[in-house]
Design a protein. Structure first.
Length: 111
């Protein structure tokens, strides 16, 4: 899907003959809001991050974590919780990847 993002001006996705996604990459990603958070060296463990309100899933490797949120508005509260006066190396809230959007629209069987 990274190639699709870099090569395409507009996208259309069909499922069972019906259009389920259409627009520019930016328009499509904006429809989903900033429901992803990337963290570097947070003070909390993966298990603790998974227990935060609004966190649907946590993926992590070493000091890097990706959180999937149920609502982009939760980002500010999560930022406050993970920092609590302490330095963390990175916090970025962003829209889901085109690949993740495709999987949601196509259904879990295509993951």
């Amino acid at each position: 899907m990274r190639n699709v993002e870099s090569l395409s001006d507009r996208l259309v996705m069909l499922k069972n003959g019906a259009v389920v996604l259409a627009g520019t990459v930016g328009e499509i990603r904006a429809q989903y809001g900033e429901t992803r958070i990337s963290l570097t060296k947070p003070r909390l463990s993966a298990d603790a991050l998974a227990q935060l309100p609004g966190v649907l899933a946590v993926q992590g490797h070493g000091d890097e974590f990706e959180l999937q949120l149920d609502d982009p508005e939760r980002g500010q509260a999560i930022f406050q919780t993970v920092t609590q006066g302490e330095y963390i190396a990175g916090f970025q809230q962003h829209a889901p990847s085109l690949d993740e959007i495709f999987r949601r629209k196509a259904g879990d069987e295509h993951a």
